[in-house]
Design a protein around this ligand. Structure first.
Ligand SMILES: NC(=O)c1ccc[n+]([C@@H]2O[C@H](COP(=O)([O-])OP(=O)(O)OC[C@H]3O[C@@H](n4cnc5c(N)ncnc54)[C@H](O)[C@@H]3O)[C@@H](O)[C@H]2O)c1
Length: 438
């Protein structure tokens, strides 16, 4: 394919060389004459393992060239990859000025060619950037509509400096947020045979993914370093701890616990996080990530309360009381804090849980009910239908299978608030569905 790469920094120069080595014809563009001259001489403009060899080979076989002018590079382009910088402004917000300027120039060039060109943003940018801020720039400059005269796409860049060439060739997956089928098809052809599994999704999902990935990577580093700091005070070998921690690929390094849902609870997580936080305070240690986990969880519970109250309905039915389906353990179940708040405010609350039968609640759990949730026995109903029919807002608080199709019991005017992603959306044909964080 004929590819134009705008911006020959860390991302653009690696993309240019790797795509040229895959047989595409690449023209790189940069406002910096230094970088353009480097490429023209067959040298890498940046220090990156293996890149110099690729650029020199691609120059020699005529697959790679460079210019300072977008207009000169554009004739014949099938795909334009925009890889210019998106720096932070002083207040931390994202500066799209360079990308906008590049898009305006690309758009002007598209105006004078009859060819359908796919403009792909590779620079890191927040959701909404491509469709709300950059597409209008290209449309205005080209005089055409996205999806007709040109295509738009977002293709997040996951390369790590130092191993970028290897990351390009052995990527876990390549993600394409495609604005139209033609744009998606162009990128599928571009990445044919390289970049791991190809995942096509929407542009905002692809934009957000990049930030979620980088936030998670940053969180991992900060978390591991905090573990190191407390381990050192405890005279425990932090590397030995983390080596064992990462060996558990079922609960630790896995998709488990990584799906947006309701707050954590139960008899272990809150207690154990509190204990390690308390120990860190004894050491006068600042561990901002670990020390704020409970706060983050509390905010999530508060958010659930706000969402339920937003509907201004007084009759609320809660389905699922234990912190997870399939247990009758109510200790530290976060939904009880939501229920307690609404009961305290005088809401007419009814409750249902398939695993909780007051006659059978024994031992520690019984004492917990008597001390902490004395309102529970008189509000608990065995009949799910009774709770649904008597409520204007139905809150699903755990993923018991019997709540999955709860929509089929609902009538017009009712609202279901799903705190756990446990309700099949299609079952809600009457009334409204609202998810807590989706
Ligand atoms: N560096 C990385 O490892 C990495 C990884 C993933 C994503 N990203 C993202 O990719 C983007 C680019 O990062 P980078 O590190 O390659 O940046 P960089 O600063 O190294 O390169 C950007 C290049 O764009 C050029 N440029 C700016 N405006 C231009 C214009 N109008 N026309 C032509 N060229 C122009 C600059 O001269 C510069 O050479 C950023 O959004 C960054 O966040 C970077």
């Amino acid at each position: 394919m004929q590819v134009v790469v705008v911006g020959l920094g860390y991302v653009g120069s690696v993309c240019s060389a790797c795509l040229a080595s895959r047989g595409h014809t690449v023209v790189g563009v940069d406002t910096s004459a230094f970088k353009v001259n480097c490429i023209e001489r067959g040298e890498s403009p940046i220090v990156e393992k293996g890149l110099g060899e690729l650029i020199s080979a691609a120059r020699a076989n005529g697959r790679l060239s460079a210019t300072t002018e977008i207009a000169k590079a554009m004739p014949g382009a099938d795909v334009v990859l925009v890889c210019v910088g998106t720096p932070s402004r002083e207040d931390g917000s994202l500066n799209l000025d360079h990308v906008k300027r590049a898009c305006a120039e690309v758009g002007s060039a598209i105006a004078s060619t009859g060819k359908f060109t796919t403009v792909v943003m590779r620079s890191t940018m927040l959701p909404g950037s491509v469709l709300d801020e950059l597409t209008p720039v290209i449309e205005q400059a080209s005089g055409g509509k996205a999806g007709e005269k040109f295509g738009v796409a977002y293709n997040p860049e996951f390369l790590r400096e130092g191993t970028a060439v290897d990351d390009f060739n052995n990527a876990e997956y390549t993600v394409i947020g495609a604005g139209c089928d033609r744009a998606g098809d162009a990128l599928k052809a571009l990445y044919d045979g390289v970049g791991g599994e190809l995942m096509v999704t929407s542009i905002p999902i692809a934009e957000m993914l990049k930030y979620v990935n980088n936030s998670f990577h940053a969180l991992k580093v900060a978390f591991a370093n905090e573990v190191g700091r407390i381990c050192k005070r405890e005279h425990v070998d932090s590397h030995a701890v983390m080596k064992l921690m990462v060996r558990d690929t079922k609960l630790n390094l896995s998709p488990y616990y990584l799906s947006p849902g309701f707050a954590f609870g139960g008899s272990c997580l809150p207690k154990d996080v509190r204990a390690i936080v308390s120990r860190s305070r004894q050491h006068n240690l600042e561990l901002p990530v670990i020390q704020n986990i409970i706060r983050s969880n509390d905010v999530h519970v508060e958010d659930a309360i706000h969402l339920i109250e937003r509907f201004k309905q007084r009759k609320v039915g809660f389905l699922g009381l234990s912190f997870k389906a399939g247990t009758d353990d109510l200790r530290e179940s976060p939904i009880l804090r939501v229920i307690g708040t609404l009961v305290g405010k005088g809401y007419a609350v009814l409750l249902h849980d398939p695993n909780i039968d007051m006659e059978r609640v024994l031992g520690a759990n019984r004492r917990f009910v008597e001390d902490e949730v004395p309102y529970l026995p008189e509000r608990l109903r065995a009949d799910l239908r009774e709770v649904v029919e008597s409520s204007d807002v139905i809150v699903v608080g755990n993923r018991a299978p019997i709540y999955r199709e709860i929509g089929s019991m609902m009538r017009d005017g009712q609202v279901v608030v799903d705190l756990v992603d446990g309700v099949k959306r299609e079952s809600v044909v009457r009334g409204e569905y609202h998810g807590l964080a989706w």
